[in-house]
Design a protein around this ligand. Sequence first.
Ligand code: S3P
Length: 445
Amino acid sequence: MSYKKFNLNLNSIISEFNKTVTVDSDKSISIRSFLIGSIGNNISVVKNALNSEDVFSTINCLKKLGVKIRKIAKKDYAIHGKSLGSLYLKKNEKLNFGNSGTLARLLVGILSTTPNIDVRLIGDHSLNKRSMRKLIELMHKFGATFLPNKKYNFPLRLISSNMPTGIKYVAGSSAQLKSSVIFAGLNSYGNTFIIKKKESRDHTENMLLQNKQSIKISKKKIKVIGKKYLNKINVTVPGDPSSAAFFSALTLLKSRSSLLIKNVGLNPTRIGFYKLLKKHGAKIYFKNMRKKNAEYVGNILVKSSKLKPIKATSDYYTNTTDEYPILFIIAALTKGTSTFKGIAELSNKESNRITEMQNILKQVGVNSYYKNNQLKIFGKGKISGERYKINVKNLGDHRICMSSFVLAVLIGAKTEIKNFETVFTSSPSFLKIMKLLGVKFEIKK
Ligand code: S3P
C-alpha cells in the first residue's frame, strides 16, 4: 500500500486534555519479527504488528524473496519460514526498501550471507541519500560484494558470499549495524563475536533468544553460532516508545493536561527520552510494568510539568536516538540553554536531523548552535505563535514532521508541513490520536 501525498496545515493552539490512548506498535520489533520469521523454520506468528509503510516494505521484500506471509487478523500475521540461507530471487531483480534504514541494513545483513543472491537494492529519495558505508565495509568482511565499487548509497547491486565465515565486530551506537552483523553471522560458518562497546537497542538479540542454540549473550559480548537450525518464533509487539514520545512531549508542555499511554514497550535500551526528562523535572511514571517475550511492557502516565533546561550527555545517545527531534522542541519551549552531546550520527538519519531541526527552530525565533558533536538550544520558554509561520519542506523524515506538528499546536503558529504522508512510515495513527486529544488540522491533497 502506498499513501497519497498530502500537506498538513495547522493554525490553532491545542486546549488542555486528560485522555487515555494506545499508540502504534513498535516499528523496530515488527520489522525484526518478520525478518527472523522468514529465515526460521515452520510458521512464526507475529501479533499486534505495526501496519505502517516501513513494515509493508518489509513484507513486500520478503514476499519477493519467496516467503509466504499471511494476514490472520487486523494486526496479526503468520510467516511461513523458508529456513536459513533459503531466501532467493532471480538475478537482476530489485528490492525496494522504501524509507526504511532498518529494513535496508538488516535485510542486507541476511542477504549478504545467503547463497546465490545477486540483487539491485533501492530506496526512496531519503534512503537513497543515506550512507551505507559502514554496512558495506562490514558485509565485505563476510565476503559480500557491492557494485559499483566505492559507492556507498543506494541504488547498489549486492552479490552475496557463498562461503561466508564468522567475523569479530566491535559494536558502537548503531543497533542496525549490530543487527546486520548478527543476521549475517547466523548463516556463516563458525562463530561471530560482537563486543558491545555501547549498549544499543537489543530487540534482535531478545527475539533470537527463542533459539538459544544460535546465540549466547553476556553483558559485554554476543556470540552468534552460525549454521544452526533456526526454529519459528512467536512475538507480540508492544506499543512504540518512540511514537509515544510525541504525545508525551505535548502533554508535558501543555498546562493542566495528562495522558495515560497503554501497553508501551519499555525496554531499557529505548527509554532514554523518558529517563532524561524525569531527571529534568518531568512528571512521567511507568505503571504496571511486566515482561513478555524478553521485552518489558507497561503504561506511561504523563502530566504537565515545569521542566529545567536539558543537559543530555553522550551516554544518552543510544537509548534516545530517535527522540532528539522532539527533545529539541522541548528544549526550545523550556527557558534556558539545553545541551545535547554526542549526537553527530543524527546527520545520517531520514534527514540531517541536526540542521533540519535547527532550521525549524529558527523559524520561531529560537537560536541554536552546533559544533564539535554538541548542540546548544537557547530555549525561550513561552513563544507567541501568531508572530511566526512554520514551513516544513519535503524531507521524507517522519520524526521531523511529527516534531514540527507538536511545536505548531503548542504555540499556535500558522504551519504547513509538506508531504505529511511520510508519517505513515512509522505512525499511521498519529493524526487520529492528535484528533482525539483535540487538535484541529487541515489536510491539503
Ligand atoms: C533502529 C536503530 C536506530 C534508529 C532507527 C531504528 C533499529 O538506527 O535510529 O530508527 O531498529 O535498529 P541506528 O542503528 O542507525 O542508530
